[in-house]
Design a protein around this ligand. Sequence first.
Ligand code: FES
Length: 102
Amino acid sequence: MGKVIVGKASDIPPGKMVKVSVDGKEILVVNSDGNYYAMDDTCTHSGASLSEGQFQDSIVTCGWHGAQFDCKSGKLAKFPAKINNLKSYNVVLESDEVFVEA
Ligand code: FES
């Protein structure tokens, strides 16, 4: 398990998504209304990077075929086919710095 800095909290305002690499895993960190959440960046449908999709109202929408995931849990929120949830990770705020534990 590694702990990796994502960036300064002030550089990740509400509505922003940031992709980081932790121990070879691509992880998406988002700021939803001032709270930080993290989950796998790779869409469980066909492998798109979710960081290239859309983020609104705690929902991350994949830019390829529109699968929607809840950023708070990584769970699939909406998609016509049954696909896996994303793994979510712990985010820690220390001073003005955001870290993800994965
Ligand atoms: S790759 Fe994400 S919805 Fe198809």
